[in-house]
Design a protein around this ligand. Structure first.
Ligand code: URA
Length: 190
């Protein structure tokens, strides 16, 4: 199976109920032989409309930090643990909701298939949802962020905060500096 075939199959996924309200499946994007795979939580409002991961406000934070960490976008594949936007309508707005454990589990086969096709050397785990999907429910990002963890298939996982948490942080500069420092650890890995 190729990545384009996998993306096409995921377009029709009804593995959980999130497909009902979302505009479309937002599959991963990037170079197929990427050195880095970045895994977020789920598409947001902009990603749901545009059909691409990390193109909204969190994506802008991520792009800036990748550039500052010296990680070239041409060496990256970006995806999410959950491939549909989950939200609560509130007037004209759509308020992001966290996926449940069952929704993360339902989407897991797509993530596993993407990982085995891309076979990245470094998997950057962005926030608690991606950490639950890839490192299990006991993993705590706050405690273990910025530390490379060997992956049984080879290479490393590197967990850090989700870029959208930086936009909500009381001290954004400090939160951004911590995120950048974690990405620099990823960039320096062999
Ligand atoms: N947040 C995510 O986790 N993923 C996206 O694609 C956008 C925002």
């Amino acid at each position: 199976m190729s990545l384009p075939a996998l993306r096409e199959a995921a377009r029709r996924c009804q593995g959980c109920d999130l497909y009902r309200n979302a505009t479309q499946t937002v599959f991963g994007e990037g170079v197929p032989d990427a050195r880095y795979m970045l895994v977020g939580e789920e598409p947001g409002d902009q990603e749901d409309r545009q059909g691409a991961p990390f193109v909204g406000p969190a994506g802008h934070v991520l792009d800036r930090a990748l550039e500052e960490a010296g990680i070239d976008r041409d060496t990256v594949y970006v995806t999410n643990a959950v491939k549909h936007f989950k939200f609560q309508p509130r007037g004209k707005r759509r308020i992001h909701q966290k996926p449940t454990a069952a929704e993360i589990d339902a989407c897991h086969p797509w993530l596993t298939a993407e990982m085995s096709l891309v076979n990245p050397e470094i998997t950057v785990v962005l926030g608690a949802t991606a950490a639950r999907a890839l490192l299990g429910p006991a993993f705590r990002v706050t405690r273990e962020r910025g530390r490379p963890l060997p992956r049984s298939e080879g290479g490393f996982y590197l967990a850090t905060v989700h870029p959208s948490s930086i936009l909500r942080a009381p001290d954004r500069d400090a939160a951004y500096a911590g995120f950048l420092s974690d990405l620099r650890v990823a960039a320096a890995l062999p």
